[in-house]
Ligand binder design. Structure first.
Ligand code: ZN
Length: 428
C-alpha cells in the first residue's frame, strides 16, 4: 500500500476503519456484573461470560454474554441450553462481519440458535423445559432474546425503565393464547374434576403455563422456542440491567427491584434484590438475579487531547456515529432521547424472523440451513416461505432455506403438521 499523505482526501479505507475501531475501543463501556440466587428446586442456571473476543481482520471486538435459564420438570433443558445456546447463536452469524453488520445479524442468529438448541435437545428424548433470557452486550448495544417468564429490565443512566424481554405466560399474553389455539392447542385452567377450574391458564395437552420455552418435547410443538428479541443502544451514560427469574419478579415490581439497591455496586445489588424478594414472599421458587452495570469508562484526567486532524467530511459521511470531534460529542450530550431502539420482534413465525428483507445479501448462504447450519444439497433446500399464505411478494424459491428436518419443525410449530409429539396425552 502506498503511504499517501493523510491530509488529502485519499485516506485508505483500511486506515479509516482502523481509526474507527480504535476510537470505538476507547469509547467502549466497562461491564461489571454480580449474581446471586436462592435455590428451592435447583432448576435455575446462569451463564456469565464477560470479555468474549471476536477477531475481524486486524481488529479485536469484545462482547459480554449473560444467560438465565429457569428449568421446569427437571433441569436437563436448562443445563443443555446453558452449554449449547451461545455456540448455536454464534455459528448462525456469517464470519468476517464488521461491527455494525454483526450487531444487525444478531437478532436473526438468536432465533436460529434458540430453534436449533430446542431441536437438538429434542433428539435427546428428555422431558424437561426451560425459560431463557439471553443477553449479549457489544459496546453500547444490548441485545436480549427471551422465551418464558424470566425478565430483563434496563434502567438507563437517565432514569428511564425499559422492558427488554417478553412475558410468555399464557395468563397475561393474549396474543400467544390466540396463536396457540389457532395452531391447534388448547388453553384453559386446571379442571379439578368437579367442574371447578383453578390456577393460571395453561396449554393443553401438557398443562404448561408458558407459551414459549426451550425443551418441553412432551407438551406440544406450539410451545415454541422462537424468542422475542429486542435490541437497544444506550447513551454513553450507560445503564443497569437486572435479569431475574420469576422467583424475583413474582415478588417485586421492576421499580422496587431497582430502588432497593440504588447506589450499590452490581456485586452487592444482586444479593440485595434476592434478599428483598424473599423477604416479600418467602422462598417459594428458585430466586435468581444477575445485575449488569454498563458504565462509562473512567477516563484518566485528560491532558489536553492532541488536536485531531480533521478528515474532511469523509469520516463523518461514512460513519454517522460519533466521531471524536468535540462538536458531535456536545451534540450527543444534548440529545434528550438517549436509549435508541434498534430492533424489536416477537413473531413466532420463522418466515417472519429469518426473512430476506435484510441489509446483508449473504446473511444466509444459499445452501446452508438457516436454522441448524447444515449444508443442503442443491435442490433439497426448502424456502422458509414455502407454503406461506401471506400476501407479501415472496416466492418459494427465495431464501433463506431450511433443511428438511428444520422445515418439519417449522410446520409443526405453526400447527401445519400433526407430530407424534402432541398426538398422545390428550385427556379429552
Ligand atoms: Zn436445518
Amino acid at each position: 500500500m502506498s503511504t499517501k499523505n493523510e491530509h488529502h482526501h485519499t485516506v485508505p479505507l483500511s486506515v479509516l476503519l482502523k481509526r474507527e475501531l480504535m476510537s470505538e475501543k476507547i469509547e467502549n463501556p466497562d461491564i461489571v456484573h454480580g449474581q446471586a440466587g436462592q435455590s428451592k428446586k435447583g432448576e435455575d442456571f446462569t451463564l456469565l461470560k464477560s470479555d468474549c473476543q471476536r477477531m475481524v481482520g486486524d481488529g479485536v471486538y469484545t462482547y459480554s454474554v449473560y444467560g438465565l435459564f429457569d428449568g421446569h420438570n427437571g433441569s436437563a433443558a436448562a443445563i443443555y441450553s446453558k452449554e449449547n445456546l451461545l455456540n448455536n447463536i454464534l455459528s448462525a452469524i456469517p464470519p468476517d462481519l464488521n461491527r455494525d453488520e454483526w450487531l444487525a445479524a444478531l437478532p436473526r442468529a438468536m432465533v436460529a440458535g434458540f430453534v436449533k438448541t430446542d431441536k437438538d435437545f429434542a433428539e435427546k428424548g428428555q422431558k424437561s423445559g426451560t425459560t431463557v433470557t439471553f443477553v449479549i452486550i457489544e459496546g453500547w448495544v444490548v441485545t436480549v432474546a427471551s422465551v418464558g417468564d424470566s425478565r430483563c429490565v434496563l434502567e438507563s443512566s437517565e432514569g428511564g425503565i425499559y422492558y427488554l424481554s417478553a412475558d410468555h405466560r399464557l395468563e397475561t399474553n393474549e396474543e400467544e393464547r390466540v396463536r396457540i389455539t389457532s395452531s391447534g392447542g388448547e388453553v384453559g385452567r386446571l379442571n379439578t374434576g368437579g367442574g371447578a377450574e383453578v390456577g393460571p391458564l395453561r396449554c393443553w395437552p401438557g398443562g404448561l403455563c408458558l407459551s414459549r420455552s426451550i425443551g418441553d418435547m412432551d407438551i406440544g410443538e406450539f410451545v415454541v422456542p422462537v424468542p422475542y428479541v429486542k435490541q437497544v443502544k444506550l447513551s454513553t451514560g450507560g445503564g443497569r440491567l437486572v435479569i431475574c427469574s420469576d422467583g424475583v419478579w413474582d415478588a417485586l415490581a421492576a421499580e422496587v427491584a431497582l430502588d432497593c439497591c440504588r447506589g450499590m455496586s452490581a456485586e452487592s445489588s444482586a444479593p440485595q434484590i434476592v434478599k428483598e424478594a424473599i423477604q416479600a414472599k418467602g422462598l417459594r421458587d428458585d430466586t435468581t438475579c444477575i445485575v449488569v452495570d454498563i458504565l462509562p469508562q473512567e477516563k484518566p484526567p485528560a491532558p489536553a487531547p492532541p488536536p485531531k486532524k480533521p478528515v474532511k467530511g469523509m469520516l463523518k459521511a461514512m460513519f454517522r456515529k460519533k466521531s471524536s470531534e468535540s462538536s458531535s460529542i456536545d451534540k450527543e450530550y444534548l440529545e434528550p432521547d438517549v436509549v435508541v431502539e434498534l430492533y424489536e420482534e416477537g413473531s413466532a413465525m420463522l418466515s417472519e424472523r429469518l426473512e430476506t428483507k435484510y441489509p446483508l445479501c449473504n446473511m444466509f448462504k444459499l445452501f446452508i440451513c438457516a436454522v441448524c447450519q447444515v449444508e443442503i444439497k442443491p435442490g433439497e433446500g426448502i424456502s422458509v416461505h414455502e407454503g406461506a399464505d401471506n400476501p407479501r411478494k415472496v416466492r418459494p424459491w427465495d431464501g433463506p432455506f431450511l433443511c428438511f428436518s428444520c422445515q418439519e419443525k417449522k410446520e409443526a410449530m405453526e400447527g401445519k403438521r400433526a407430530s407424534d409429539r402432541n398426538s398422545s396425552g390428550s385427556d379429552e
